[in-house]
Design a protein around this ligand. Structure first.
Ligand SMILES: NC(=O)c1ccc[n+]([C@@H]2O[C@H](COP(=O)([O-])OP(=O)(O)OC[C@H]3O[C@@H](n4cnc5c(N)ncnc54)[C@H](OP(=O)(O)O)[C@@H]3O)[C@@H](O)[C@H]2O)c1
Length: 398
């Protein structure tokens, strides 16, 4: 336990509080894209979510490349680094293990962490295979540790507003869910065979990387899926090896997937993700249509939510664009006053605050965040889509 006195400014007022707020030790696996996003989340959280449930103590960070992980430790503010993930998990100062490694490296460290009684955040998709995802879920259940699959889009204020409107019946009974997640970053045939393009490391391609997000949002906003009918395609089948461009290796994951889906509640939908959509940078767009209206979300305009109600007076019916930046919306009162916008990196601050609050105050991680159970349900759908694409027919989701 450490006592901290922190002064902070709110809307021009200076407040001083002395709080008994303890520290919580963080061990982070991975220091690159997500490692940086999560580190930023731990550092920002207590500044904005004050007083925090606990002050994150950045105990240790892991990576295989010593020079790079040492540099990341200095840059992100970790006390030490390890090049052996088992040592990080065994470190007695680490209470939360946060796994930001490539997908095939999710299972073993998470299961080891659960067995050591550590609380766990794991990046999405939960695993590279359904078998691994099941083992991970069983391990956290058996150990009774808090667990979260880091589906950060559940923490976008506009997505939370969409959920609230749906739960309140604003768009009536949901009929259709339509979601696309489109990128363009591997269109160049000379782009190397990075880990995301190798099945043994990533599990699948656009499906598990991007599709996992829109599948999780489908479950969060609409409900469980009943069956899927999918197709996948790989446009460029061989690529230069990283660092050895004269040699080429096989791309054994999908570049794009498209699936029709049926929900258990009777709604139907379509899902699509691709890394071959010229001009699309990080374009995640969701449309939900109900008997009484529609909701549209676009990640590239994440502060906004478009809504349409059939109950509006006839002479002013039309889509309304709500700027979801007022203090009445989730998380916004912690940021800036008077409609100042927030960005993508804020979602990580929100999910980290939520998880630490759940650990410290023994609150349930779901249903507002995704647990390992949700990660497993998503993995079952990823698997069902692959099976359907392979067999060319509809497949039931367990
Ligand atoms: N929530 C989101 O929006 C989001 C966005 C992007 C990624 N993700 C997920 O986050 C996880 C990590 O992705 P990332 O984009 O952060 O990956 P990345 O930038 O490639 O970083 C991978 C990290 O893992 C380490 N590593 C250990 N074994 C590795 C291996 N066999 N191959 C490559 N790196 C290895 C790397 O350091 P060393 O090479 O030194 O070991 C590096 O620190 C994935 O599960 C991904 O799906 C989530």
């Amino acid at each position: 336990m450490s006592k901290k006195e922190v002064g902070f400014v709110t809307m021009g007022r200076v407040e001083r509080r002395a709080e008994e707020v303890r520290e919580i030790g963080i061990g982070l696996l991975g220091y690159a894209f997500m490692g940086k996003a999560h580190s930023n989340g731990y550092r920002k959280m207590p500044v904005f979510f004050y007083p925090p449930p606990a002050f994150p103590r950045l105990v240790a960070i892991f990576g295989r490349t010593e020079e790079a992980v040492a540099e990341a430790a200095r840059r992100f503010g970790f006390e030490k680094y390890y090049t052996d993930w088992r040592k990080l998990i065994a470190d007695e100062d680490v209470e939360i293990v946060d796994n930001c490694l490539p997908n095939y490296m999710h299972a073993e460290p998470c299961i080891t962490a659960a067995e050591a009684g550590k609380n766990i955040i794991c990046e999405k998709p939960l695993a590279a295979t359904l078998e691994d995802a099941k083992a991970m879920y069983e391990a956290v259940e058996k150990a009774g540790v808090k667990n979260m699959t880091a589906f950060n889009y559940r923490f976008v204020p506009a997505i939370r507003l969409a959920k609230k409107l749906i739960d309140e019946g604003y768009i009536g009974k949901i009929l259709q869910y339509r979601a696309v997640y489109l990128q363009e970053w591997i269109m160049d045939p000379n782009f190397p065979l990075v880990w995301r393009l190798r099945r043994s490391v990533s599990g699948s391609g656009a499906l598990g990387d991007l599709g996992a997000h829109i599948i999780d949002l489908a479950r969060f906003l609409v409900g469980d899926l009943a069956s899927v009918c999918g197709m996948t395609e790989t446009f460029i089948k061989e690529r230069p090896l990283p660092g050895r461009p004269e040699e080429r290796g096989k791309v054994d994951v999908d570049d794009v997937f498209i699936a029709m889906v049926r929900f258990k509640n009777g709604a139907i939908g379509s899902l699509e993700a691709s890394r071959f959509c010229a001009g699309r940078k990080n374009y995640e767009r969701i449309e939900i249509h109900g008997t009484e209206g529609s909701i549209v979300f676009n990640l590239e305009r994440l502060n906004e939510l478009e809504v349409y109600s059939r109950k509006d007076p006839e002479d002013r019916m039309g889509f309304r664009n709500i700027l979801v930046t007022e203090a009445v919306h989730p998380f916004i009162d912690r940021w800036w006053p008077h409609g100042h916008i927030i960005g993508w990196e804020h979602t990580f601050v929100h999910e980290i605050h939520h998880f630490i609050d759940c650990v410290v105050n023994d609150k349930p991680v779901g249903p507002m965040a995704a647990t390992f159970y949700d990660g497993l349900k998503c993995q079952e759908i990823l698997s069902a889509i692959e099976e359907s694409a392979e067999k060319g027919k509809w497949v039931e989701v367990p």
